[in-house]
Ligand binder design. Structure first.
Ligand SMILES: Cc1ncc(COP(=O)(O)O)c(C=O)c1O
Length: 442
C-alpha cells in the first residue's frame, strides 16, 4: 500500500529534469560512483542502455565490431540503429561449453579488415562473470579513433571492491551500461548508461535516452538507483567483502566434490579471459551425469533451490549482498545430494552441436534490413539456406544463436533443435517452440 502511495511524481522531473533537478543531482553522484563523466538513469533496464549505446554512436549501415556472445538486447539495438555488425567470435571453452572473452588481437585484426568501423561493443563481464581485456581493447579502439562501448550489465559492483575486476571506465571505456538492478539493490529495470571522454557525444545520448524510454519514469525505480548507489558508495566494500568470502567458500566446497566443478581462477589467462568475477558460481554438472537444464529442474523440484541460469553443461548461481551463509550452504548441500544420487548417471547430456557456435553463419543482410524485409514462415527443418528474419537465443543467458539477416545452415538448425529438445527456453522467434521460423521471402 505504501508503494502505491509514493508512486507519484515527487518533483524529480522527467528525463530532461533540468540542471537543478533532484534527478540531475542523483545522476552526477552516479557518474562519480561509476567513474564516468555523465550518467543517465534508465528505467527500461540495460536493454535500453544497449539500444542507446548503438543509436548514439552508429547510423544505419555503419559497421560496429561486436563480440558474438552478445545479449539479445544488443541485437535489438542493431535492429533499431541499423548498424551492421561484424562479429568477433569468442573462444569456446571445451570443458564448460561456454564462450568467454574476446582479445585485443582479435579486435585489431577485425579493424584491419574493417577500418570503416564506427565503434567496438563488447560484453564484459559476461553472464558467467568472465572479463575480457577491456584496457587492451580500449587501446586498440582508440588507436583507430573510435569509441569502446561496454555492456557491463553484470558488473555494477566492480568499482566498489579492490578485489573485483577493473570496471569499464577504469579500463578506458568510452561508454558503458551498468545493470544496477542485477547484482545490486535497485529495483528490477533500474539501470545506468554513462559516457566518459569526448569520443561519444553526450548530448546525443541525452536525446536517444529520451527516445527509447517512457516519458513517465517511475520515481520508485529512480529512487532505488540512487539508494543502491549510496549503499555502494558508503558501505560497498564491507558488504562485498562478505559476498566474496561466501562465494569463495562455496566454490571451494563445490570443487571438493569429485563429480562437480566450479569455474575459478584457472580460467584467467585462457579463452580471452583476464579476470573473473568471484561472485559468480558456474558449476559444471556433466561429471555428475546431468545436463545443466536437468540439474536446474532437480535443484528446483527436489531441493527448492532456484539458480540464475542453466545451460547444456552448467548451472549458475549469483552470490549477492542479499545472500546469507545459510543460502549458500543450502545450494551446496543440494548440489552434493544431486551429484551423489546413484541414478544420476542414467541421465545424459543431450546433443550440443558445437560447430554451430564455432562457425559464424553467413550474414546476408543487416539485422535491420532482415527485420523489415518481406517475410514468410517455413518449418525449421526446411529453413536451411534461408535468411532468418528472427533472432533465436536460449534464455537465460539470452545469447543469440541466430540473428536476423543470418543464413540458416544445417549445424545451426541441428543446434537449435537440440536446444529445444534439451528443454532450453528459446526467446526471440515468434514461434517459441521453433517448429517454424520467419525467413526473408525470396
Ligand atoms: C549481458 C547483458 N546485457 C544486457 C542485459 C539486459 O538487461 P535488462 O534485463 O536490464 O534489460 C542482460 C540481461 O540479462 C545481459 O545479460
Amino acid at each position: 500500500m505504501d508503494v502505491l502511495r509514493i508512486d507519484v511524481c515527487p518533483g524529480l522531473g522527467s528525463l530532461d529534469g533540468g540542471p537543478n533537478s533532484a534527478l540531475a543531482a542523483a545522476q552526477v553522484l552516479a557518474a562519480d560512483a561509476w567513474g564516468a563523466d555523465r550518467s543517465w538513469f534508465l528505467h527500461n533496464g540495460s536493454t535500453a542502455g544497449n539500444q542507446i549505446m548503438l543509436m548514439a554512436t552508429c547510423h544505419p549501415g555503419d559497421v560496429v565490431l561486436t563480440s558474438r556472445n552478445t545479449h539479445k538486447s544488443i541485437v535489438s539495438g542493431l535492429v533499431v540503429s541499423g548498424a551492421r555488425p561484424v562479429y568477433i567470435r569468442p573462444e569456446l571453452d571445451p570443458e564448460s561449453h561456454i564462450a568467454h572473452g574476446v582479445t585485443p588481437e582479435q579486435i585489431e585484426e577485425a579493424l584491419d579488415h574493417h577500418p570503416e568501423a564506427k565503434a567496438v561493443l563488447i560484453v564484459s563481464p559476461t553472464y558467467y562473470g568472465a572479463c575480457s581485456d577491456v584496457a587492451g581493447i580500449a587501446d586498440v579502439a582508440h588507436r583507430h579513433g573510435i569509441p569502446l562501448l561496454v555492456d557491463e550489465a553484470w558488473g555494477a559492483h566492480f568499482p566498489f571492491h579492490p578485489s573485483l575486476p577493473p570496471h569499464a571506465f577504469s579500463a578506458g571505456a568510452d561508454m558503458a551500461v551498468t545493470g544496477v538492478h542485477k547484482l545490486l539493490g535497485a529495483f528490477l529495470q533500474a539501470s545506468l548508461v554513462h559516457v566518459r571522454g569526448d569520443l561519444v557525444d553526450g548530448d546525443r545520448v541525452e536525446v536517444v535516452a529520451g527516445m527509447v524510454q517512457s516519458t513517465s519514469a517511475s520515481a520508485l525505480l529512480r529512487a532505488s538507483l540512487d539508494v543502491a548507489r549510496m549503499q555502494m558508495a558508503t558501505e560497498g566494500e564491507a558488504l562485498l567483502s562478505d559476498v566474496i568470502a561466501l562465494a569463495e567458500d562455496a566454490r571451494e566446497e563445490i570443487n571438493n566434490h569429485p563429480r562437480l566443478s566450479c569455474l575459478g581462477k584457472e580460467l584467467v589467462g585462457n579463452h580471452g579471459v583476464v579476470a573473473l568475477d568471484p561472485t559468480r558460481l558456474v558449476v559444471n554438472v556433466t561429471g555428475a551425469g546431468f545436463s545443466g537444464y536437468e540439474a536446474d529442474r532437480v535443484l528446483f523440484n527436489e531441493h527448492d533451490v532456484a539458480v540464475e541460469l542453466s545451460d547444456f553443461a552448467n548451472v549458475l548461481a549469483d552470490v549477492t549482498i542479499g545472500h546469507q551463509r545459510e543460502d549458500l550452504d543450502r545450494f551446496v548441500a543440494a548440489l552434493r545430494a544431486m551429484a551423489d544420487d546413484p541414478h544420476a548417471q542414467q541421465l545424459s547430456s543431450k546433443g550440443f552441436v558445437e560447430e554451430a557456435l564455432r562457425v559464424l553463419p553467413e550474414q546476408a543482410l543487416s539485422p535491420m534490413e532482415a527485420f523489415h524485409a518481406p517475410q514468410e514462415r517455413v518449418s525449421l527443418a526446411q529453413s536451411v539456406g534461408r535468411v532468418s528474419a528472427e533472432m533465436a537465443a536460449t534464455y537465460p543467458p539470452g545469447i543469440p544463436v541466430l540473428v536476423p539477416g543470418e543464413r540458416l545452415n544445417p549445424a545451426l538448425v541441428a543446434h537449435l533443435q537440440a536446444q529445444v529438445e534439451a528443454g532450453g527456453r528459446i526467446v526471440g522467434p515468434s514461434d517459441p517452440k521453433l517448429a517454424t521460423i520467419e525467413v526473408v521471402r525470396e
